[in-house]
Design a protein around this ligand. Structure first.
Ligand code: SAM
Length: 457
């Protein structure tokens, strides 16, 4: 693959997407995009350069570039950079550089990159501290997958709004008990839960940054941002600002919430979500959290260096703190996530995922493409579904472009297809959309097909 394919921000199309679209609310299908003017076939009507939050599944994590999402059918040789390894650290506090001739590793943050360009771009947007936060979360990942001890998971029929509220109220009550909360620091997550926790954590980090009026990127982050932009021939200010994640928390949370539908379909998820909340609260929002205690681990558990641990048990510049102003191993200040990790926020993040997220599909898209993860892009989530859509979604790196597949008249609704509806009969399409996206499709094609459908079609 040529380097140009790594340029995730290089998406064709207009910069001011709202010139072509407006949102109108329909009583049956909610908010939906319409064309402001006649639009020719092949026009990009909307693009999103990066999701607000996303996750790449663990099984693909070391095969996919964390920045441009390049994937080569499981080959790994193109992934030259990992986490923040090799990143120049003006603060001088790096813990995983070459020390006494030995590479010192801590547990990985689970980020691999094609090259320094992709690594720099990721760091420019997310900040070095996000790597440290991911590393802390990865420490909660169970080393071995175990069968879960969940004797009596709720049945779908038992899931009601009251039951879900009650379950979270119990968590809220337990949270008041210091002894109970201390236990949360050591809770572990299985692979699926950790992957979901990464999705939640990234959204919380973005929220926290937004709230943190006083948050000023460190000199190190600014240098990284500027370098990455220069390398990619991008402007060094404005759009590629450190605070740019494609949308705001408000954009993200105004998406349709689907908590109840989702939990009714997968009742077991309620326990997973609660466990994830406890882990996030326990590790990122408690005094003396594992962020402060973040240490190298031993060779038996992923490239450990015991000597390093002994020598640097209490590393310089490393607070055993109260969650505020902790210092990361790289010298940057770690943000305090405590105020962002609330039950309401975590529930909102979970309830936006179903029905709004886009699968991160291997490109070029074929029948055999792998689904590498999922991502939520707030603006594109206002596209409604149509079984014969007039807009197609194309992935460019971590960005999406939405392109008309035929000419569209001013005022016409612009729709994409959520799944692989093409070629399916009406009943099958309805079933897929009901089970996967929780709605009865009332697109123009379904209305026509419903009236002409034969029994059993
Ligand atoms: C990704 S959101 C699209 C934006 C949504 N209309 C809103 O107001 O937020 C998906 C939701 O839109 C509605 N929707 C989308 N396409 C639809 C269709 N063809 N028929 C009925 N409802 C649809 C359903 O409520 C679905 O859960």
């Amino acid at each position: 693959m040529s380097p140009a394919k790594c340029a995730s921000t290089n998406i064709p199309g207009p910069r001011h997407e709202n010139d072509l679209l407006y949102i109108k609310t329909d009583v049956h299908t909610g908010r939906t995009y319409h064309a402001t003017d006649d639009i020719p076939v092949g026009s990009t009507v909307l693009r999103a350069s990066t999701p607000y939050t996303y996750t790449i599944w663990k099984q693909f994590r070391n095969e996919v570039c964390a920045e441009c999402w390049r994937y080569e059918g499981g080959r790994r040789t193109f992934l030259k950079q990992r986490d923040d390894i090799g990143v120049t650290n003006p603060a001088g506090g790096a813990n995983r550089m070459i020390r006494n001739g030995t590479r010192v590793e801590t547990i990985g943050a689970g980020l691999w990159f094609c090259d320094e360009g992709c690594q720099g771009a990721w760091i420019a947007r997310e900040g070095m501290e996000t790597i440290t936060l991911f590393r802390v979360l990865e420490e909660a990942r169970r080393k071995k997958e175990e069968g879960k001890k969940k004797p009596n998971p709720l049945e779908a029929a038992q899931i009601t709004a009251d039951i879900v509220d009650q379950a979270w109220t119990m968590v809220c009550d337990k949270e008041k008990n210091l002894k109970e909360r201390k236990k949360w620091r050591n809770l572990q997550l299985d692979n699926f839960e950790t992957d979901m926790a990464r999705y939640v954590l990234l959204a919380l980090i973005h929220l926290r940054r937004e709230l943190e009026e006083a948050w000023i990127p460190s000199q190190n982050q600014q240098t990284q941002a500027t370098d990455a932009c220069i390398r990619r021939n991008l402007p060094t200010d404005g759009r590629h600002d450190l605070r740019f994640w494609g949308a705001t928390w408000n954009d993200f949370t105004t998406l349709q919430h689907n908590e109840l539908n989702h939990l009714r379909t997968y009742p077991k998820l309620l326990e997973d979500q609660i466990r994830i909340y406890k882990v996030l609260k326990g590790r990122f929002a408690e005094s003396n959290s594992s962020m402060s205690d973040h240490k190298p681990v031993g060779p038996a558990d992923e490239g450990v260096n015991r000597e390093e641990e002994q020598n640097h048990g209490a590393r310089p510049g490393h607070h055993q703190g109260d969650g505020i102003g902790k210092t990361a191993d790289n010298g940057d200040m770690l943000m305090d996530l405590g105020s962002a990790i609330t039950i309401d926020n975590v529930r909102a993040i979970f309830s936006v995922d179903p029905g709004n997220s886009f699968g991160i599909w291997e490109v070029p898209l074929t029948e055999e493409s792998e689904c590498l993860g999922f991502a939520v892009y707030p603006r594109p989530s206002f596209f409604n579904h149509h079984c014969s859509p007039n807009v197609n979604k194309e992935r460019y790196g971590r960005g999406l472009a939405f392109v008309t597949t035929r000419s569209v008249r001013a005022g016409e609704e612009l729709c994409i297809s959520y799944g692989h509806a093409e070629g399916m009969g009406w009943r099958q399409r309805q079933k897929e959309l009901r089970e996967g996206w929780f709605f009865e499709c009332s697109c123009g094609k379904c209305i026509v097909d419903m009236s002409t459908v034969d029994e059993g079609t």
